[in-house]
Design a protein around this ligand. Structure first.
Ligand code: AMP
Length: 583
């Protein structure tokens, strides 16, 4: 917090979408944001109408909506008119295959055009869209498809064969699987079906409270949570894209997130398209030279990325930037994990402007706290709440049974938000009690610890629970523990996140073995391989350590907190409930 703020030149302040934060906050109502979207007759709406159809209707059909860059570097462009045609075809294709309003359409795809067409076409048809990260292994896929009751899946022949085919008996609701390439006897050819489908489709006029998107997020215990978002969320997506990312119609915008995670949908599809930008989609994984080529060659104006990627760019050093120039780059933002002050400052040196950190989570649907274009940036801070968002720092009142807001500067507590913004989740699917637990005394509790300084800037302190953030992906220790428990040698397992310079945290598992098994290197590799196969590389542990016993409470719960304190050499805290502990 000691680092000096990075001030913004007057020209940058004057040109920003939001020039005066305090004035806008004071006079703001969500009706103002609602007025920025089109809506459909009789108070109905559809996210896809706001993202695509209305721009074609207002004469911008020829503007580039999406430029796809394939792994090999070839490009495919879609104007807003082309996106309209393709999404109409997709919606018609769903209808012809018997999928109706309210059905759940899943996608398990890399960043290919079909993913974006499927997302918007699904919404047009009034179905719920649920993206799955393509690097998930079969286990996370099964649980998410089961919980959501997937009715259709869009994927590739290879992903289907490797990860889904064997699960089909467990997924009785799954009526259709469409593949974007070669279909087999139990899958359908998407391209052929779309070629036969009409280009005309009347976008379903949805009730604003109808479900639009289903995103899964991890819990510390139990299964992943299906987070329900409704069409009304588009009001917040559009508004936050404009205010927190400074998006302007006609901008070239690049969000590096995968739509398998919420950022890649809210800010990789909905916010940019509703703000009528031209977005870049890169199919390939992170690569320093490739990323700089895209930023420079495509003339990116607004770039939204993540701390792990920024740290990897920093590692590559300034040599990688030599001879490059980014005159078009107007705004750079970051989300998903804590962004270290050094990374913010490095951005300022390397690109002539800081990275603007912002904070939100799957449940909030959109950005809640941000560093804005017109605001001075305090390196290491997440910024200030959006106009329309009230954020507080709360703790349980030691005297009573209620929350109290901590108003004194620098007080540390749980980050809480006053519910009521349009993109707030409407529930955890089938889990009312788990949802209800998020709310107390008029606050939504985020599960993050934070503090606020005297200028109203918020600072992330850590998670209040055991969830792990690795390379921007939120990982539930329970899901990892469950997969390892399936292994015949495992008696007990506890999973924690350990600090890592690049990825923020790495998943580490502590394993106690059943009698008759030896904790040797072969078994360690076998366990790592088993977890990777079941969970996929993004979720599986990177390290495994053997223990004779794991620290447990008297009720038998493994004390991850204690495992972590020991790993990091921190004080063990209250261990009065500790039962067995022979390590
Ligand atoms: P997810 O729901 O996967 O988007 O993860 C949300 C969680 O990521 C938050 O509750 C935080 O723990 C973490 N997170 C998101 N943005 C930030 C940020 N700017 N700084 C620190 N942590 C963040």
């Amino acid at each position: 917090m000691a680092t000096a703020p990075i001030t913004k030149p007057a020209s940058v302040r004057a040109a920003a979408n939001m020039t005066d934060y305090d004035t806008l906050c004071a006079g703001f109502s969500w009706d103002d944001a609602q007025a920025l979207i089109d809506g459909l007759s009789d108070g109905r709406m559809n996210i896809a109408h706001e993202a695509v159809d209305r721009h074609v209707a207002s004469g911008h059909g020829e503007q580039l909506a999406l430029r796809w860059i394939s792994k090999s570097g070839s490009q495919q462009d879609f104007t807003y008119a082309a996106l309209q045609t393709e999404t109409n075809r997709f919606a018609n294709m769903l209808r012809s295959q018997g999928l109706q309003k309210g059905d759940r359409v899943y996608a398990l795809l890399g960043r290919v055009p079909e993913l974006y067409i499927a997302a918007l076409g699904t919404l047009k048809a009034g179905c719920t869209f649920c993206p799955l990260f393509s690097a998930f292994g079969p286990e996370p896929i099964r649980s998410r498809m089961e919980i959501g009751g997937a009715n259709a899946l869009i994927t590739t022949a290879r992903l289907y064969k490797r990860k889904v085919k064997a699960l089909r008996p467990d997924l009785p609701d799954l009526r259709k699987v469409f593949v974007i390439d070669e279909a087999a006897e139990d899958t359908l050819p998407l391209t052929d079906l779309m070629a036969d489908a009409s280009e005309e489709f009347t976008t379903e006029a949805m009730n604003p409270e109808d479900t639009a998107l289903l995103h899964f997020t991890s819990g510390t215990t139990g299964k992943p949570k299906g987070v329900v978002h409704v069409h009304q969320a588009v009001v917040a997506h559009n508004w936050t894209g404009r205010i927190a990312l400074d998006l302007r119609a006609g901008d070239t915008y690049w969000c590096t997130a995968d739509p398998g995670w919420v950022t890649g949908t809210s800010y990789g599809i909905v916010a940019p398209l509703t703000n009528r930008v031209s977005m870049i989609v890169d199919e390939a994984e992170f690569d320093v030279a490739r990323w700089y080529d895209i930023l420079e060659g495509e003339g990116v104006n607004v770039w939204y990325t993540a701390p792990t990627a920024i740290r990897m760019l920093m590692k590559a050093g300034t040599e990688a930037l030599q001879g490059r120039d980014f005159p078009a780059l107007r705004f750079m933002a970051s989300v998903g994990e804590p962004l270290n002050p050094e990374a913010v400052i490095w951005g300022n040196t390397a690109f002539g402007q800081p990275f603007h950190d912002n904070w939100w989570q799957t449940e909030t649907g959109g950005i809640m706290i941000a560093n804005y274009a017109a605001m001075d940036v305090k390196p290491g801070s997440m910024g200030r709440p959006l106009p329309g968002i009230e954020a507080g720092i709360v703790e349980m009142d030691p005297e009573g049974d209620s929350l109290r807001a901590l108003t004194e500067p620098q007080a540390m507590g749980e980050l809480a938000l006053r519910p009521g913004w349009p993109s707030m989740m409407r529930g955890y699917l089938h889990e009312q009690a788990r949802y209800d637990k998020c709310f107390r005394d008029g606050w939504y509790l985020t599960g993050d610890l934070a503090m606020r300084d005297a200028d109203g800037y918020f600072w992330f302190v850590g998670r209040a629970d055991d969830l792990i953030k690795s390379a921007g992906h939120l990982i539930g220790p329970f899901e990892v523990e469950s997969a390892l428990m399936e292994h015949e040698a495992v008696a007990e397992v506890g999973v924690i996140g350990i600090p890592d310079e690049t990825a923020g945290e790495l998943v580490k598992a502590y394993v106690a073995l059943k009698p008759g098994y030896e904790p040797d290197e072969d078994l360690r590799l076998d366990l790592l391989g088993h977890a990777r196969k079941r969970l996929g590389p993004a979720v599986a542990p990177k390290e495994i350590a053997f223990r004779k016993n794991l620290p447990k409470t008297r009720s038998g719960k493994i004390m991850r907190r204690l495992l972590k304190a020991r790993e990091l050499g921190l004080p063990e805290g209250d261990i009065s409930t500790l039962e067995s502990d022979e390590t």
